[in-house]
Design a protein around this ligand. Structure first.
Ligand code: NAI
Ligand SMILES: O=C(O)CCC(=O)N[C@@H](CCC(=O)O)C(=O)O
Length: 489
């Protein structure tokens, strides 16, 4: 293991700040340690990005794309190793981390298409002149990543930012420094010039130093609503800086009439328990109709969920659910469940911490219909809250009872129910008879309310990576055909 964990101006350096470590949460083993970037190193990273900016932005987009494409090739060549690192550092099963790396590879082609489609150059007809819309990069942008997709989600900011001509200072989650390091090494190998992408590792102090620095032109954040809200207030009265926030959700999944009970249960499980419930798009609240049809789905859901295989990321056969990110996160889910039980919830399947020292938990299902003031919290783990409803309008009223608005779904065989649901639900990702996780990178990705600040990511990330410039141009200055009233020449 090397001490050189910071990448600043093309050099790998030891951190000058507080030491911290990264654990394999399934095996309770340290897999990485290093020292955080100190404030002067954060400063140096921003200065390096600033120096590199004019040359990088001044290159033709094809030159920037050539490096991004080489990076995608390298990702593909190293996909097994990177997927294994993601699995070790997050606890996610290897079948799933391979899909994460595949999404990272695919991001380059999608971002290229989005760049030209959403932020390319357009010439509009105009009598006696030429009118253009072009786009320019913001300059130096900070990228903050979460732990749940430590490769794919920061990659979803970094790739379009670099293609658009920005330079980047990347602050990954302190829980996943090793993934960040491997990712940045691939950019380095791809031939990215010094200073274009800088890596500052560290805990909250490093994040604060970067976010508060006057030298950044923007900040692209994926993480919790709590941190996103802090950043939003920190950025107030700085209208010149671009802030893109992708945050959490308290996502509802509503079921009405369905013929195929097993298909509905499968979709519920994919929505609620994939990644051990650690996706911002995961279903947190399942709304089932009262009566026999709802009872049948619930009984089957409990039966199948009980049988979900939970285990280590490298187990053979593979588990559906791996470890949560940490023992602390597992304990927080046990505490969240206890809180809901104390408020009047009824456990239908207990979420259990399976092994001390690890983040391994079993999935839980809790009936919360009787809780009068159900907390509008994102419990970021595999605990599904069940609410029984009478009529679809009442279900929609409950579904929209949240300050968030990221993803939502309907399971129903009825076109009318879907039309009603789509019209009334408030969320940025709204699916019918499909899981509400697994959003496509080829579509915009973002939510309303406390889930974001109307800067959708994925396909629309191109929009926050560049600003539009409108120009009217002619080769020579000429007199107009007619003068404005009151002017004489
Ligand atoms: N909408 C979306 O696209 C997604 C949202 N998320 C959300 O992310 C959360 C899980 O990720 P976490 O890593 O726990 O998020 P987090 O908010 O704790 O951390 C995200 C990043 O912000 C940094 N940070 C934390 N406090 C800071 C502060 N005061 N100032 C500056 N930087 C600070 C962290 O070091 C990390 O790099 C969940 O709430 C989940 O819903 C996760 C994935 C996707
Ligand atoms: O950003 C993209 O390219 C698409 C969005 C995406 O991949 N969403 C995933 C992850 C969401 C999360 O982080 O929690 C999904 O919808 O499952």
């Amino acid at each position: 293991m090397t001490d050189a964990v910071q990448y600043i101006n093309g050099h790998w350096l030891a951190g000058e700040g507080e030491p911290f470590a990264s654990l394999d949460p399934a095996k309770n083993e340290e897999i990485w340690h290093g020292a955080a970037a100190g404030p002067e190193q954060v400063e140096a990273a921003i200065a390096a990005a600033r120096r590199a900016a004019p040359d990088w932005a001044g290159r033709p987009v094809d030159a920037r794309l050539a490096i991004a494409k080489r990076y995608a090739e390298l990702l593909n060549e190293h996909k097994d190793a990177l997927a294994r690192t993601i699995a070790r550092e997050t606890g996610k099963p290897q079948w799933e981390t391979l899909t994460e790396v595949a999404a990272m590879v695919g991001k380059v082609g999608i971002s290229e298409k989005a760049y030209f489609e959403r932020t390319g150059t357009v010439e509009n007809p105009m009598p006696g002149a030429r009118a253009y819309v072009r786009h320019k990069p913001h300059g130096v942008v900070a990228v903050f990543g979460p732990y749940n997709f430590p490769g794919h989600l920061p990659n979803g900011h970094i790739v379009p930012a670099l293609i658009a001509g920005n330079t980047v200072v990347f602050k990954p989650s302190e829980l996943t420094p090793l993934v960040a390091q491997e990712m940045v090494r691939l950019w380095e190998q791809a031939g990215l010039p010094a200073g274009v992408l800088n890596l500052v590792q560290g805990e909250v102090a490093t994040g604060k130093a970067l976010a508060a620095h006057p030298g950044i032109d923007g900040l692209f954040f994926t993480g919790s609503s709590r941190t996103g809200n802090l950043l939003h207030s920190q950025f107030s009265c700085q209208p010149g800086k671009i802030l893109a926030l992708e945050m959490g959700g308290n996502n509802p999944l509503v079921v009405t009439r369905v013929e195929e009970v097993d298909a509905a249960v499968h979709t519920i499980i994919q929505s609620a328990f994939i990644t051990s419930g650690q996706r911002c798009t995961c279903a947190r609240r399942l709304l089932l109709p009262q009566g026999e049809a709802g009872d049948r789905i619930l009984a089957r859901l409990i039966e199948v969920t009980k049988a979900i295989r939970v285990g280590r990321y490298d187990a053979d056969p593979q588990p559906f659910m791996g470890s949560m990110i940490s023992e602390k996160a597992a304990k927080a889910m046990v505490a969240a469940q206890a809180h809901l039980l104390a408020l009047g919830g009824e456990s239908l399947l207990m979420l259990k911490h399976l092994q001390a020292g690890t983040g391994l938990v079993s999935p839980g299902i809790i009936e919360v219909s009787a809780i009068r003031d159900l907390p509008d919290e994102e419990y970021f783990g595999p605990l599904l809250q069940v609410i029984r409803y009478t009529e679809l309008p009442a279900a929609l009223d409950i579904a929209n009872r949240t300050r968030y608005g990221l993803s939502a779904g309907l399971l129903s065989d009825s076109q009318d129910d879907w039309d009603y649901f789509f019209r009334h639900i408030r969320a940025g990702i709204v699916n019918w008879n499909k899981p509400i996780t697994g959003a496509s990178s080829a579509a915009p990705f973002g939510g309303i309310g406390d889930s974001g600040n109307h800067r959708a990511s994925a396909y629309y990330a191109a929009d926050y990576c560049a600003y539009p410039v409108a120009s009217v141009e002619d080769d020579r200055v000429t007199m107009p055909a007619s003068l404005s009233p009151g002017l004489q020449f």
